[in-house]
Design a protein around this ligand. Structure first.
Ligand SMILES: [Zn+2]
Length: 123
């Protein structure tokens, strides 16, 4: 299975293995396993730590870019910059969280396939 297919399926919030089962049972709660092909999304405690780091890195990159843009492109005070920037970064973090978790599921599944893990059976 091609890496592109795995990542496309996950970014559409679908199972990386079958492409049919939903990844999430609610907005940000990942299912334990795929309801269609039974691929376990959470195989071990702490498996989603990588997703938290990925989300933090992506959000911090956005925050740094926003700080630079506000500093370079506006003559706003620090207070005004914070009043605009903090809600934007917080909203981005909330809105992007499901996609970063899905991206982490794709990375794990793709590496499992590369390593020949017995539970990864492409369909
Ligand atoms: Zn599935």
């Amino acid at each position: 299975m091609e890496r592109e297919v795995i990542f496309k399926r996950c970014l559409a919030l679908r199972c990386p293995q079958c492409g049919e089962g939903r990844l999430f049972q609610s907005y940000s709660k990942l299912q334990e396993e795929c309801p269609v092909c039974e691929l376990r999304y959470r195989r071990e405690p702490g498996a989603m730590t990588g997703a938290m780091y990925l989300s933090a890195v992506i959000t911090e990159i956005l925050a740094a870019m926003l700080c630079a843009a506000l500093f370079l492109l506006t003559d706003w005070s620090v207070k005004t910059g914070l009043m605009v920037g903090v809600p934007v970064v917080a909203a981005f973090a909330l809105l992007s969280y499901p996609r970063t978790v899905a991206l982490w599921v794709a990375i794990e599944y793709w590496t499992d396939l590369k390593n020949g893990a017995p539970w990864a059976k492409p369909r």
